[in-house]
Write a protein that binds this ligand. Structure first.
Ligand code: PLP
Length: 446
């Protein structure tokens, strides 16, 4: 299929055949492509000019809204001054400032920041740091990892191995990294349907970790990685007391606890990180997405001071961690991150998200009697609306709802048979009403 486009004021034909879209049914998409041409604030504009209210912050990343001037200006300035800085044995000032700003937002002591270009790379980096740490302190048998069912940790081999989404693993089952187990997920609909904020039942699911520790012995386990709120598998909120119990078990067995905060980071839960909202501090936090407001790829891992310190041994001329990326701490990403964090602060967007979350909760739960809705889960400015799935066609009902909402001018996210809503932190009551009412009408029309 070919479409006309205007590139540098010249009319060109664009062929849709060559681009292989990620996580998208390519053939279906290319029959009727939805192409975004530009964006501003709360909105996307499609080719042809139709205005779409973005109810998912791009892909859970554009937390301050689209094309924000301070971020755009910082990127423009940086690209003209320093396009790329050699990343190994050299660096540049801006990335040190980014590390300062991120460390300041992190829970105390998670103050060493390793940069990557995506959440997937950040997840794999955190696993490698965990493994390298135990080597460094002489506990050489501690190399196994534990993930959780229904976890999403990106698409690297490390990430899909600790991840718990069957469709992301099935085809690659022979190539997953060895030495990985999974604890049970925390979704127990028989007890927690339509919970508001944290569900009351299920703290004891943390004890599943003990089962795996007994199986392998703690002396063989390096780290547990979990999302404080599982996002991609339908917004699963941790039961009250669950994360605290996980933390305690990890401490008792000297297992590092890694929180993957790629979507919960940078204000989504009403604090800088979900770790602060839930008052549970892990040993590492994986971040990405909101760090640059989605403008330029960047991810990273915030690491506990003493983990870093334990690797700073040996001759000074020797590399301490044989790991890194050409674009770790890229100057343009750093400039974008610095401007983004300043904007989050100056507009008090994390507090704003917190203040708005009771209204968001009330409004999304008004869908509890809408057609096909079987559960609703929410925390901060994120929610999952679970639909009754069509048995032979999993995911189709949520996809149809997504398409209907798009036709009506609102972008929502379909994940399995869940509709996820994660509006930018600049949203307001009027937009929340519009988003939720559009979902209600869409459900009535499919
Ligand atoms: N971890 C979590 C919790 C995510 O939600 C995502 C992406 O959605 C990732 C990791 C992977 O991030 P990326 O797509 O930037 O590789």
């Amino acid at each position: 299929m070919e479409i006309d486009t205007l590139l540098n004021n010249t009319k060109e034909k664009v062929n849709l055949d060559n681009y292989w879209l990620p996580f998208t049914p390519n053939r279906q998409f290319k029959e009727n492509p939805d192409l975004i041409s530009n964006a501003s604030g709360h909105y996307y504009y499609l080719e042809g000019g139709r205005k779409i209210l973005d109810a998912i912050s791009g892909l859970w990343c554009v937390n301050a809204g689209h094309c924000r001037t301070p971020i755009v200006d910082a990127i423009k300035k940086q690209v003209t001054e320093l396009d790329y800085a050699t990343a190994f044995n050299m660096s540049h000032k801006s990335v040190f400032l980014t590390a300062n700003k991120i460390a300041e937002l992190m829970p105390e002591n998670l103050n060493k920041i390793f940069f990557t270009n995506s959440g997937s790379e950040a997840v794999d980096s955190s696993l490698k740091i965990a493994a390298a740490y135990f080597q460094a302190i002489g506990e050489k048998s501690k190399h196994r990892f534990i993930g959780r069912e229904r976890g999403y940790h990106g698409v690297g081999f490390g990430g899909i191995s600790v991840g718990g989404i069957p469709s992301n693993r099935k085809v690659f089952s022979q190539c997953l990294i060895p030495g990985v187990d999974h604890i049970r997920h925390t979704h127990i609909p028989e007890k927690n349907l339509f919970s508001k904020s944290q569900p009351h039942h299920g703290a004891e699911l943390a004890d599943d970790l003990e089962r795996i520790i007994q199986l392998h012995d703690a002396s063989n386990i390096a780290a547990l990685i979990i999302e404080p709120i599982a996002g991609s598998t339908g917004v699963l909120i941790p039961p009250i007391g669950y994360l605290e119990r996980v933390r305690k078990i990890c401490d008792e067995h000297k297992i590092l606890l890694i929180f993957d905060e790629v979507i919960t980071g940078f204000g989504r839960t009403g604090s800088a990180f979900a770790s602060q909202s839930f008052n549970v501090t892990p040993d590492m936090i994986v971040f990405a997405k909101g760090v640059t407001n989605g403008t330029i790829p960047m991810g990273g891992v915030a690491v506990r001071q003493d983990i870093y310190d334990s690797m700073m041994h040996g001759p000074k001329w020797l590399i301490e961690l044989f790991h890194g990326y050409t674009y770790s701490g890229h100057p343009i990403a750093s400039a974008a991150a610095n401007a983004t964090i300043d904007l989050y602060k100056s507009e008090k967007l994390f507090d704003k998200a917190k203040d708005l979350s009771p209204y968001f909760e009330k409004k999304v739960h008004s869908l509890s009697n809408s057609k096909y809705v079987v559960d609703i889960r929410n925390y901060g400015l994120m929610c999952g609306i679970e639909l009754d799935k069509i048995k032979e066609k999993p995911g189709v009902r949520a996809y149809d709802c997504f398409k209907k909402c798009l036709e009506a001018g609102v972008l929502v996210r379909n994940a399995g048979d869940v509709i996820a809503l994660t509006p930018p932190l600049i949203t307001d009551e009027k937009n929340i009403d519009l988003i939720v009412d559009t979902v209600h009408d869409a459900l009535n029309s499919i």
